[in-house]
Write a protein that binds this ligand. Structure first.
Ligand SMILES: [Zn+2]
Ligand SMILES: [Zn+2]
Length: 315
């Protein structure tokens, strides 16, 4: 086999290995859910709990919270990332011009002319048009290059290894719901298993199943604590219309950085992510407002009459 083909083969194998390894955290979460199902349904509800009315109520509520948790998790994992439209990409000749430009000023001019008709408000710290040298396109507002995904992602929040996906415009609503429903799932398990956890320490439980109940309570409580802080933080971000990246580095506009640059007021901010139809707010069904490329901004940031929402700026 020629050396070059051999090298290519090895490289492909390596990429395949990395892709497989990235699924390990997702498999870990699925394994925990499957085990928690066995421990809660079989060991706690069907074997340990004696009252049939208590058993039925717990099983019904448990299965509803499990379905919502699994549904939102699946949608967060399987959503395609929101990609940058082609009109933001420089043609080959424009890329050549940019690379061979004699000065940085000329480069900035080329980008400025290219982006003249694009709905772009965000700037670099020095005031220039944001450009991705890896993807060769102008970055839409709130888009960032994800080094794990290897491309620019619209309204990138962060890359999450637990979902092996970017949290971005396309799945942010699903991600918030996933955090909320997984928190409810863990709180429900902890609250309904605590009396059997106490019974374990009093020596009132028998058989090997009692260890499943012991760990079930521990694991559910541990996840509930960490999920509560993450969910609380993301609720704060939604109500302030900020991504995790923007919370660390505010978006820059023509007049400088502004951490409230997309803040339209709590209710409008909520509707940006969850949509206008209250009936589907709490289901993992796509309802976020907009195209992910441009966003309404408070009046002081709007470019001419470019579609800014008529809302009072929130300060
Ligand atoms: Zn990029
Ligand atoms: Zn990513």
């Amino acid at each position: 086999m020629p050396r070059e083909t051999n090298g290519k083969h090895k490289e492909e194998k390596c990429i395949c290995c990395i892709k497989t390894v990235k699924w390990i955290p997702v498999l870990f979460i699925v394994a925990i859910i499957v085990w928690s199902y066995y421990a809660y349904v079989f060991q706690l509800c069907l074997i340990t709990i004696q009252s049939s009315s208590e058993r039925i109520v717990l099983l019904v509520v448990y299965h509803i919270s499990l379905v919502m948790f699994f549904w939102t998790y699946g949608k967060t994992v399987c959503s395609c990332v929101a990609r940058v439209p082609e009109e933001f990409r420089l043609s080959e000749s424009e890329q050549e011009l940019l690379i061979h430009a004699a000065t940085e000023e000329i480069q900035l001019n080329i980008l400025e002319i290219f982006a003249k008709n694009l709905p772009v408000l965000n700037r670099t710290l020095s005031g220039g048009i944001r450009y991705c040298e890896k993807c060769h396109h102008v970055k839409p507002d709130r888009a960032h290059h994800c080094s794990v995904c290897g491309e620019c992602i619209l309204k990138m929040d962060h890359h999450c290894p637990w979902i092996n996906n970017c949290v971005s415009f396309s799945n942010y609503k699903f991600f918030i719901l996933f955090l909320g429903y997984s928190l409810i799932y863990c709180i429900f398990i902890s609250a309904t298993s605590v009396q059997y956890f106490i019974a374990f320490w009093k020596g009132e439980l028998e058989g090997m199943g009692k260890f499943h109940i012991l760990f079930l309570f521990f694991v559910a409580l541990m996840f509930a604590v960490s999920l509560a802080s993450l969910f609380g933080y993301h609720c704060y971000l939604v109500l302030h219309n900020r991504t995790t990246l923007e919370a660390f580095r505010p978006a820059v506009f023509c007049d400088g950085p502004d951490k409230n640059g997309f803040n339209l007021g709590a209710y409008n901010n909520f509707r940006q992510v969850f949509g206008n139809r209250a009936i589907i707010w709490f289901f993992p069904i796509k309802s976020s407002v907009g195209d992910g490329v441009s966003y309404p901004v408070p009046r002081q940031h709007s470019k001419n009459s470019y579609h800014s929402m008529d809302t009072t700026p929130v300060r």
